[in-house]
Design a protein around this ligand. Sequence first.
Ligand code: CMC
Length: 427
Amino acid sequence: MGTVTLINNETGEKFEFDLIDCKRGPKAIDFSKLFETAGIFSYDPGYGSTAGCKSTVSYINGKEGQLLYKGIPIQEIVEKYNFTDVAKLLITGEAPKDKAESEAFDLELRHRSFLHEGLINIFSAFPDNAHPMANLSSAVAALSTFHFDHKEMEEENDYQTMARRIIAKITTLVAFSYRNAIGAPFIYPDVSRNYVENFLYMLRAYPGGHLKHTLKGEEEITDLEVEAMNKIFVLHADHGQNASTTTVRNVASTGVHPYAAISAGINALWGPAHGGANEKVLVQLNEIGDVKNVNKFIERVKDKSDPFRLMGFGHRVYKSYDPRAKAIKNLKDELNKKGIKMNQRLSEIAEKLEEVALSDDYFIQRGLYPNVDFYSGIILTALKIPVPLFTPIFVIGRMPGWCAQLLEHVKNPQARITRPRQVYIGD
Ligand code: CMC
């Protein structure tokens, strides 16, 4: 551990601050006593140089395009684990040891996936065509009224029940939010199907649990689709102190019910600068319409008099290729080969956009690369997921991360209420 000295050139005073050795990545200056000792504070809008917490959940090296969950590289995670294994890894610190443990955890989630009948009534209050993200954040806040006991958590069992409950129910809430928005009857969970398959089932089935059958007489939900959906969820499971995770921690720091904090996180994720970008990417690809329009589109993106941006590009931390984007792009090509056909026109436009952008000085100088949202919509479309559900899919994927980060915060006796200062510029 080293120190840094801060010299106030106005007064000549010197102050020493400890350097914190992070397990990975650059050191941090411990400025927690800056105001107390030096009587000044730091100004960092957007928190680009500020850590608000210590965490063990995930690690990002933005220069090298590296992402780890609990110390394990994302490439290994995505090959080795399904989504419920990753959920267990994040909320307990340990992935299931074997197939039996993996199946037992998945089964527990399936049994917890049902909603209280009273909660289901809330959907009838929402108008048709409401965006599923609006329905979802309200429904998650309402869930706190049905499981009020999670407000006071003391033992590990309490924390785990809270986290497992919301991870289990979020797929049902997303499916119901969507079905409500299109005026379709709700399909209750089917415990004989695993977590991910069950989600596709609740979206696609007809009343009575019937699914369309293919001409060959096979059920509509294929193993390949389940595998693809699993990977998409896994790639979204956690990502350091992004805006929605920070929101969850900030709101939780006041001592509210954990589902109120998660509901706030869902709202933060909805914005197009964050998780809402996946929906906007698809809208943009459709607007471009044809590969021949790509160059003109890129010119508009670069025009500084126009706030227009290339959605699915750029990231606060990654200044190299986002490893999640790489994995999703590979998944797109792999699925296409294996028989889940991608929309070729949209796929070609996206690839051309990437090619043009990555060889353009504007993008090179600013370190702008495709992010997780750039190719995910093309896969989701091929999986017959409607566009307004793209960001709710991100919600399902991120739920274990939000829970793990929230638990890290509320279990920490040193954690304080989040309370930044301001540079006052009024009269
Ligand atoms: N298209 C065009 N220019 C861009 C883009 C983009 N997508 N992203 C950043 N820039 C430019 C920006 O105009 C600025 O230029 P200049 O220095 O000349 O003013 C420079 O790059 C730095 O941008 P910034 O806004 O200071 O960067 P940020 O770290 O504050 O913002 C971002 C990060 C993700 C909000 C931004 O890159 C963006 O708006 N991207 C599009 C939306 C998107 O894809 N969001 C999903 C993020 S990844 C999934 C998730 O975690 O939610």
